[in-house]
Design a protein around this ligand. Structure first.
Ligand code: SF4
Ligand code: SF4
Length: 241
């Protein structure tokens, strides 16, 4: 994010709408802290009265910060906008999460908090220890050095983004130990994260995650944005049994 200082009148509007508090007004001019800016372009979308805000030509890995932080960006590989992942919302079409499996996603960072990939790596490594299979069409998976350990490429590790989603598939019988690792992780990262789980229903109507959640005494918000059907053929989960 760049400010054309010669045009800026120091009104402070952009600073008010920056979710990372990356803009300060000094000597009646807006200044961007490049270490805090995640290239979300909220400042531009809210509109500068004198058109003093401009996008910069970005190089890797800041282009990744832009695609993860800007809600209108589209991930090149997955074709999905925002953070570039469909998560579990389309499972009945893709069949990513089958029987005996639980889909897990760790949503790292939030506006005003953000996350570095150092913390994203900690989350990936915590899941990898339990044999997680990371979703190939997820930008966090693309930047792993090794998907069996969850290590992130060195050039990406210091990157600061608004948020990133770690998305993986685990064996349902490992969920309890995975959730315990997530509880431990919450004390080791310098950001906030939420954990989402999803699964098919068993014949008795319970989900594959119910037992572990109940045993650990966790409460959960039963929500989600599941796209049901959309007129496309449904995935045949029973063929896997
Ligand atoms: S909104 Fe525009 S004019 Fe106002 S402080 Fe920001 S860059 Fe300057
Ligand atoms: S691009 Fe986003 S993070 Fe950067 S200065 Fe603008 S609003 Fe703040």
């Amino acid at each position: 994010m760049r400010i054309r200082e010669e045009s800026c009148v120091g009104c402070g509007k952009c600073a008010k709408f920056c979710p990372m508090k990356a803009i300060k007004i000094e000597d009646h001019k807006a200044k961007v802290d490049p270490l805090k800016c995640v290239e979300c372009y909220n400042c531009i979308r809210e509109g500068c009265p004198v058109n003093a805000l401009a996008k910069e030509e970005l190089s890797w890995p800041r282009t990744l910060a832009e695609s993860l932080s800007c809600p209108t960006g589209v991930d090149e590989k997955s074709g999905v906008s925002g953070r570039g992942t469909a998560e579990m919302k389309t499972n009945e079409v893709t069949g990513r999460i089958g029987h005996q499996k639980v889909g897990i996603c760790l949503e790292m960072g939030r506006p005003f908090t953000g996350t570095t990939f150092i913390d994203v790596e900690k989350a990936c490594m915590a899941l990898a220890k339990h044999g997680a299979y990371f979703e190939p069409l997820n930008p966090v998976t693309y930047v792993m050095k090794d998907t069996t350990t969850g290590e992130i490429q060195e050039d990406v590790r210091p990157l600061f983004v608004l948020s990133a989603i770690v998305e993986a598939l685990i064996d349902a019988d490992k969920l309890e130990e995975v959730l315990k690792s997530c509880q431990k992780l919450s004390k080791e990262v310098d950001t906030v994260f939420s954990v989402g789980v999803s699964s098919l229903l068993k014949e008795d109507g319970t989900a594959y995650f119910d037992e572990a959640i109940e045993k650990m005494g966790l409460s959960m918000y039963a929500g989600g944005k599941t796209n049901v059907g959309l007129g496309r053929p449904l995935y045949d989960f029973d063929k896997e049994r």
